[in-house]
Design a protein around this ligand. Structure first.
Ligand SMILES: [Fe+2]
Length: 300
């Protein structure tokens, strides 16, 4: 395998109350709408990705797709072919993407029936200066699974992710020098556990959390500093019961990194996070961590 995933790009969600979700992600969460037509709205962070969140109307809350980037058109073609034979699945031929941001790609169901879209040559923004309190991009998406091993192996063997660390709860997988861009838990069925948005620094996590408080959202876990990833976190339950996180200061991984396992993180078990301030996640958040299904249909 040569072609691999190079970045986590964006997530597409289906929501029963499109107007409310658009208002929330723009006015409270801190994204900016860049395109919208026919009931589909695209939101960017301050970073270069054309959009990091797509919202569309639909009967119930669900994830339409998690979108990953590959380096170029040749990589997309190669990945489509290798995935087709590994998954024994008729995967749609890659095409030009006729949506805002454009690009070239294809969508498929992964080994646990999660909707994944792989894209290349998506437009980027030139204006990418950080804005205090506003998310830059997606930091990570965590997938639930009843059996973590096949999913973890799939992302490593077929999409080029590397295992950075694992705990008794999950595998942390990276596709660049950031500690993790996806994670695979060991329970919860084929649902999305949560998605995290990267803030420029800790002060912006605090500002984002303050905005959420002012809008009536409880802080469900945090503010704390995770063990694996060393990142600062603040978790909320957003519109439609989905778990969402502001994060910052994620660990950068060197080439000679040694994978750290369950034994290496035992010191965290009673503290829940490095500072020992945040305590455990709320029951509300634990419920949200197991909630978000993927749509039956792949993105059109
Ligand atoms: Fe997270």
């Amino acid at each position: 395998m040569n072609a691999k995933i190079t970045a986590l790009h964006s997530i597409e969600l289906q929501t029963p109350d499109l107007a409310a979700a658009c208002k929330f992600y723009q006015n409270v969460w801190g994204l900016e709408e860049v395109a919208g037509a026919e009931g589909v709205h695209y939101f960017r962070g301050t970073g270069p990705h054309h959009h990091i969140l797509t919202l569309r109307g639909g009967p119930e809350p669900a994830v339409v797709a998690v979108n990953l980037l590959a380096a170029d058109v040749a990589s997309i073609d190669q990945l489509q072919q290798s995935l087709g034979s590994t998954l024994n699945q008729d995967i749609a031929t890659p095409t030009e993407i006729n949506r805002p941001g454009g690009g070239y790609g294809f969508a498929f169901k992964d080994i646990a029936q999660r909707n994944i879209q792989i894209m290349a040559e998506v437009q980027e923004h030139g204006q990418t200066a950080d804005i205090k309190g506003r998310p830059r991009k997606l930091s990570h998406a965590i997938f639930n699974s009843d059996e973590s091993e096949p999913s973890s192996k799939f992302y490593q063997d077929e999409l080029g992710f590397k295992l950075t660390d694992f705990t008794k709860g999950l595998d942390f997988l990276r596709c660049d020098t950031t500690h993790h861009s996806i994670g695979i838990t060991r329970s919860g069925g084929s649902t999305l556990n949560h998605v995290a948005f990267l803030m420029p620094e800790w002060d912006s996590v605090m500002r984002g959390a303050g905005r959420m408080k002012a809008a009536g959202f409880e802080l469900e876990w945090g503010i704390g500093r995770h063990g694996p990833g060393d990142n600062i976190f603040a978790y909320f339950v957003g519109p439609d019961g989905m778990a969402i996180e502001f994060t910052a200061e994620v660990e950068e991984i060197e080439d000679d990194h040694q994978v750290r396992g369950i034994e290496d993180w035992l010191w965290l078990s009673e503290r829940h996070e490095q500072w020992g301030l945040a305590g455990p996640p709320s029951d509300n958040l634990k419920k949200a961590f197991k909630f978000m299904p993927f749509t039956e249909a792949l993105p059109g």
